[in-house]
Design a protein around this ligand. Structure first.
Ligand code: KG4
Ligand code: ZN
Length: 326
């Protein structure tokens, strides 16, 4: 069983090997009116839903709690209050039910959706991880061996979608709303530059500011055109950096992970990239891209097989790079 509470989604996943028995997610809508996640509210909401959600997941899986063989939970990175709810709950469950317990890194969880959904992968491979909190390219050479070869210098890509959406008066989280409006907008109607930082890094601050200036200078702006051209520049940036990463590393497989990779235009652009470059593209289904408990169950199960359980004294971490996992 995987338990995920690092931000505003409470999620429980149950797997048996690579088979998914249950994947339940409760997304908090309480933050919509604030235009972003309020940590205190997030933590309190996790407390409210975590027990009924676990019961629901067990019911969907058609098993009893006694049949669970390992309890895996996210220890970070994420919001401390939210993480503490999941970690404390997982520890209590493990102690009460006499089950082994393991605490895992949220980013490693996202990477595991590739193994889970698309069959066994041949190492090495590259992963583009793009979510509300992270934008990075990871070179995975061997199991548990991660090398972050590029990352954002400022905002994460999903964060830029959310901030631009807020600027346009759209609800939080803004990514899906930007995508909807973008479908009706005209490409080229507004000129937003594709960010070009050095090397394999990303940057979204300049693009976000360009949108801010455009809306300020053109009060009659067309929301669809802004969404379409912002989205195109934001996604083209990802495509250009990944193209450079493939050239540099000569790795032949690229996987997509994280909430932003739900975006249909992103998927279309990466399909084209894979075809043009002759590389294999691994794109998990949308419900495994956003935060979920299945990815935490999978990451926990793999780590447990190799390294055994975590100590019950383990604490949460607000930040932890993939290279820092012990
Ligand atoms: O992976 P995730 O569920 O949570 C984090 O770990 O951050 O990603 C959430 C992010 C949010 O910023 C959200 O706006 C973005 O993913 N997102 C999208 C879309 N759906 C979700 N961004 C662009 N287009 C979408 N369709
Ligand atoms: Zn995430």
């Amino acid at each position: 069983m995987g338990i995920e509470t690092s931000c505003d989604e409470t999620a429980i996943g149950i797997i048996e090997g690579d088979k998914v028995l249950a994947n339940v997610v409760s997304s908090q809508i309480a933050h919509t009116k604030f235009g972003g996640v309020v940590p205190e509210i997030a933590a309190r909401n996790h407390i409210k839903v975590i027990v009924p959600l676990t019961r629901g997941a067990l019911e969907i899986a058609g098993i009893s709690i006694d049949e669970i063989q390992l309890i895996s939970v996210t220890r970070g990175p994420g919001l401390i209050g939210s993480l503490l709810v999941g970690l404390s709950y997982a520890k209590a469950l493990a102690i009460a039910m006499h089950k082994p317990f393991i605490a895992v890194n949220h980013l490693e969880g996202h990477l595991h959706t590739l193994h889970l959904c698309c069959g066994p992968l041949l190492y090495p491979y590259l992963v583009l991880l793009v979510s509300g909190g992270h934008t990075q390219i990871v070179l995975v050479e061997k199991p548990f061996q991660y090398n972050t070869i590029g990352q954002t210098l400022d905002d994460a890509c999903g964060e830029a979608f959310d901030k631009v959406a807020k600027l346009l008066g759209l609800p939080y989280p803004g990514g899906p709303y930007i995508e909807q409006h973008a479908q009706k907008g005209k490409l080229g109607a507004v000129d937003f530059p594709v960010p070009r930082p050095k090397g394999l890094d990303f940057s979204y601050a300049g693009l976000k500011t360009a949108v801010l200036y455009h809306t300020r200078d053109n009060p009659e702006y067309d929301i669809d055109d802004i969404a379409a051209n912002f989205q195109e520049a934001a996604l083209e940036h990802l495509v250009q950096v990944v193209t450079a990463a493939i050239h540099e590393t000569r790795v032949q497989k690229i996987g997509l992970a994280g909430g932003v990779t739900v975006n249909r235009r992103l998927r279309q652009k990466f399909r084209a990239l894979a075809e043009n470059m002759g590389v294999k593209l691994i794109m998990p289904e949308a419900h495994y891209c956003t935060d979920n408990g299945v990815m935490i169950a999978r990451a926990g199960a793999e780590r447990f097989k190799k390294f055994g359980p975590s100590d019950l004294s383990i604490d949460v971490v607000a930040r932890e790079r993939l290279e820092q996992i012990t």
